[in-house]
Design a protein around this ligand. Structure first.
Ligand SMILES: [Zn+2]
Length: 299
């Protein structure tokens, strides 16, 4: 009994020790496992958290760095856009400027060809120009410097007839300027240029060689006692001026530079300037309602 008890006491002790060792080993393994697992799990979690936080930080830094860059870029972009827009806006302006310049250049080239209706560089001819038997003197068809016929006798006669008829109607007409020589036109034109400038003078006074007055067929007409209306458009609105426009063709005259035909005749409306063409032609031109240039078909 004692042996058995003793032996019985020894057996549980050994068993207890073995079990304890096994449990201890399992515990150690478990501790090591969990410890290593927790460390292994925590490390990547912490690492991932750290990395995520670092990524967030870097992202934040990136976004911060990007935002400031974007913000810094934004103003730059907006500035650059504004400058681009300004450049774009400036470009059309420049293009407009170029277009304007291009518009101006042809005009300048045109004005280089035509100066206030005159052909630049044109020299006076040696013979006068007749078109369909009609002596022409305008800004494109000048007269020779030596063309000096004096006042046309037939035209003077026709004017006196017309003046007599006007007197009957109650108007005392006079031709205050008819034939003008090349030399006198030179003096007159230079005086007008000095007074009003070349561009203005070219609208109402011919350059030497280009005046219809040099033909001896042009008559500047006005009322004797109304010198204030001489060389004015108001004369055309006066009763005498209206009578003249309505009846001049019956005596061989036409109003040479009508209103609104400056582009064609080269001269502004001159209510006082009449051209003798003879009764048949003057009547045809009058009835046609066009200028002499248009009637004859000349440029
Ligand atoms: Zn005249």
């Amino acid at each position: 009994m004692k042996k058995s008890t003793f032996s019985n006491k020894k057996k549980p002790t050994l068993t207890y020790i073995i079990i304890s060792v096994v449990i201890l080993v399992i515990a150690i393994i478990a501790i090591v496992y969990f410890t290593s697992d927790s460390v292994g799990k925590n490390e990547p979690q912490q690492g991932s958290q750290v990395e995520q936080e670092q990524n967030k930080d870097t992202e934040d830094e990136n976004t911060d760095s990007e935002q400031p860059e974007e913000q810094s870029e934004a103003p730059i972009d907006s500035d650059s856009k504004e400058t681009d827009e300004e450049q774009v806006e400036e470009d059309p302006k420049e293009q407009d400027g170029n277009v304007n310049n291009e518009d101006k250049e042809p005009n300048e080239s045109e004005t280089s060809k035509v100066d206030n209706g005159y052909i630049v560089g044109q020299t006076l001819p040696t013979e006068p120009t007749y078109i369909d038997g009609v002596l022409i003197a305008n800004k494109k068809y000048p007269l020779p410097k030596t063309f000096n016929p004096g006042e046309n006798v037939e035209a003077r006669s026709a004017f006196e007839e017309m003046a007599a008829a006007a007197r009957q109607a109650g108007y005392e007409l006079t031709a205050f300027s008819t034939f003008r020589s090349f030399e006198y036109q030179t003096t007159l034109y230079n005086r007008y240029v000095e007074r009003d400038g070349k561009d203005n003078a070219d609208r109402y006074s011919a350059r030497p060689g280009y005046s219809e007055h040099q033909t001896g067929l042009a008559f500047d007409i006005g009322e004797v006692d109304r010198q204030d209306l001489w060389l004015t458009s108001e004369f055309g609105e006066s009763e005498a001026g209206k009578w003249l426009v309505a009846n001049a063709h019956l005596y061989g005259f036409i109003l040479r530079y009508p209103q609104g035909k400056e582009d064609i005749t080269g001269y502004m409306y001159e209510s006082w300037h009449f051209r003798y063409l003879g009764i048949p032609l003057a009547t045809k031109v009058k009835e046609s309602g066009v200028t002499l240039e248009e009637y004859l078909g000349i440029d």
